[in-house]
Design a protein around this ligand. Structure first.
Ligand code: FAD
Ligand code: MG
Length: 327
């Protein structure tokens, strides 16, 4: 698949393009910037072709069509991401659920058929949701879903994997300073060219894109945010967003309206933001505090900002409408 790009700047080399269902922006400093971006675009296009549920020919779609029928051999990349997805399901006690696709399709958030389903429809589809039905065969990297009509969706983890792959490509090209932005799934490589840390704004979940609650200053870190403010519909004054609580079959409801995870690898940050979004503040903070080198920022409906201990010095609250809570 070829991808159209828009040149934003010559130096640093900044390109914007659309893939993985989002706008991607790569801002790369250094002599190999353009070459590394071309390689990155090609890798992102391959990942989209392998892992998208929106493409009939993707490996994930082939697994889904063969649910309950036969094992499907997949590429190393797809096998790795599905295996990690299952690990995060176990770690989160099922809050992260890669077989969530039938419910995602039922609610149709971000499509022209978005609607509130009837309770018996939700119950019917919930029977199909269970990560324990993903059977992995390490020997030949093949996968089967135990029952017919079960479907995998990697929407909550594959963008993080993709960010890690782009970072690897930039490093192979001797790039030392870059910002990889896969629609809010960010990786800050190295420092800014002047040696300072990168300042990454944490989106204000109730304002337009580009208005921030605060700033984290980082280098060599992934910063991923999950929120209810981009993919949703409103009916009778209530917001229905795209992160489904597998226990209820409906969009997750708790105090959190935005969860950011700062980690070394973006695949972990992407999976963890979705985990904690469903788990809520208390369990979410506990989970992140238990993982070394990983930090989180939670924003609640009543404009409280909770952060994990390790990030107290690196996160600056800049918006006076919000109140800072350390635990
Ligand atoms: P996250 O919280 O990281 O993920 C939420 C998404 O994960 C939901 O949209 C749903 O798909 C899934 N999900 C919901 N609940 C759970 C749960 N409890 N556990 C695990 N997963 C859950 N979007 C398009 O509109 N068109 C496209 O063509 C398209 N192609 C894509 C191709 C790829 C390879 C990927 C990775 C994504 C693509 N997307 C596309 C976007 C995708 O559908 C999601 O909406 C997007 O990944 C949401 O990411 P997020 O970071 O906002 O939220
Ligand atoms: Mg995620």
């Amino acid at each position: 698949m070829s991808i159209n790009t828009i040149d934003i700047k010559i130096s640093p080399c900044v390109k914007q393009f659309y893939t993985l269902g989002t706008i991607i922006e790569l801002k790369v400093h250094g002599p190999n910037a353009e070459k590394s971006i071309i390689e990155a675009i090609s890798k992102l296009s391959q990942i989209d072709d392998k892992m998208s549920v929106f493409k009939d020919f993707s490996e994930v779609s082939i697994i889904n069509r063969n649910a309950g029928i036969s094992y499907c051999k997949v590429s190393d990349d797809t096998y790795f991401v599905i295996k990690r997805a299952v690990e995060y399901s176990k770690l989160s006690g099922g809050a992260f659920e890669p077989t969530i696709r039938p419910l995602v399709g039922l609610w149709g958030v971000n499509t022209d058929h978005a609607r509130i389903p009837k309770l018996d429809e939700i119950r019917y589809y919930m029977r199909l949701i269970n990560y324990k039905d993903i059977i992995l065969n390490d020997k030949d990297k093949s996968i089967i879903l135990r029952n017919e009509n079960q479907q995998i969706d990697l929407g909550a983890i594959a963008k993080g994997f993709a960010a890690d792959k782009v970072k690897d490509i930039l490093i192979e090209n001797n790039i030392e300073n870059a910002i990889i932005d896969l629609g809010g799934n960010i990786y800050a490589l190295g420092n800014k060219p002047d040696g300072a840390l990168w300042n990454i704004g944490i989106q204000d979940p109730i304002k337009v894109r580009g208005e921030y609650v605060g700033i984290v200053s980082v280098k060599n870190k992934s910063i991923v945010t999950s929120g209810n403010y981009e993919r949703y519909f409103i009916e009778e004054g209530k917001r229905y967003h795209h992160i489904i609580n597998p226990m209820t079959g409906a969009p997750s409801e708790n105090d959190i309206i935005s969860a950011t995870v700062i980690s070394e690898y973006s695949i972990d940050g992407d999976a963890l933001t979705t985990c904690v979004y469903v788990m809520g503040i208390k369990k979410g903070l506990k989970l992140i505090e238990s993982i070394e080198g990983t930090e989180a920022i939670f924003i609640t409906k009543d404009k409280q900002v909770y952060v994990t201990q390790g990030i107290v010095d690196t996160f600056k609250l800049t918006n006076e409408e919000y109140t800072y809570k350390t635990q």
